[in-house]
Design a protein around this ligand. Sequence first.
Ligand SMILES: *Cc1c(COP(=O)(O)O)cnc(C)c1O
Ligand SMILES: [Zn+2]
Length: 321
Amino acid sequence: MPYRAAGPTATSFACASCPTEYSEVPGRWRCDCGGPLDLLNVPLPPEDLPKRLSEREWSWLRYREVLPIQAMAAVRLGENCTPMVQLELDDREILVKQEQIASTGSFKDRGAFVLVSHAREIGIASLVEDSSGNAGAAIAAYCARAGIGCDIYVPDATGSAKTRQIETYGADVVRIDGHREDTAAAAMLAAERVWYGSHVWNPFFFHGTKLLAYEIWEQLGFRAPDTLVLPTGNGTLLLGAHIGFSELLAAALISALPKIVGVQAARCCPVVCAFDGTPPRPAGAKTIASGIAVAKPARERQMVRAVRESGGSFVTVEDSD
Ligand SMILES: *Cc1c(COP(=O)(O)O)cnc(C)c1O
Ligand SMILES: [Zn+2]
């Protein structure tokens, strides 16, 4: 079997902010220095991956060699690769990836697929996560499929459509008085007792979102696009795409990284400010782009580094646009 023997003893983490490394122990979700953890020893794609793909079903297990989970243990909801639609924008052709057709309606399914599969592999019975949006829905759905208990912490003011979706999957929604930051703090407190299946802190999530890069690469005839424009808040899409294309580059399956352009709402753009080296703008009116309104992203430094390394940039968009 070409799969890596993943499991409780095979996994190790490296801090993104200091040189410390850890082997996986339940309960450890960040470095003692407070920095986020990344996965070590994830295998690179094999040289002959394009040839191997021609015989495989259209599921995310197409790219099983680069997934840090056993294919046998994967928690599946019939996920498929998403098509790209060609559009013209200001006389330029662009391709738009149709991530909304994922099982729960967003790319967060990619991350949940790997994170929850890993949780099952190491025998986690229940987990806690904080997200009032698509990440909460994706993790709730995959937990239901895996038979893993799931508490999703959300700010009290969360709109009912998302929380209803989360509850429909059978998860318990825990409403916390206050903002997203208070909710995160409450989830972190709960994480002292329950496994923290955080889409922001747990690096397995990013090894699911990276599948976007592999799919685009394959759909373009095993090439990288020249530019990738991605909405970004916590960076699970942006960093996942960066990991995927970096792996393809390291394996010489592409010759350069695509330029990554991170898009933030002008009303909430801390990463743009960090990239520009300007002080964060004071919080003003709430943006309608609630999915990317993250005031203090835990992986901000990594996001800035990834975009810089790709030769890309950040842009802000006004709500009216
Ligand atoms: C999660 C999400 C994003 C951005 O993802 P981050 O990981 O926060 O950068 C963008 N759009 C939608 C609809 C989302 O759900
Ligand atoms: Zn550290």
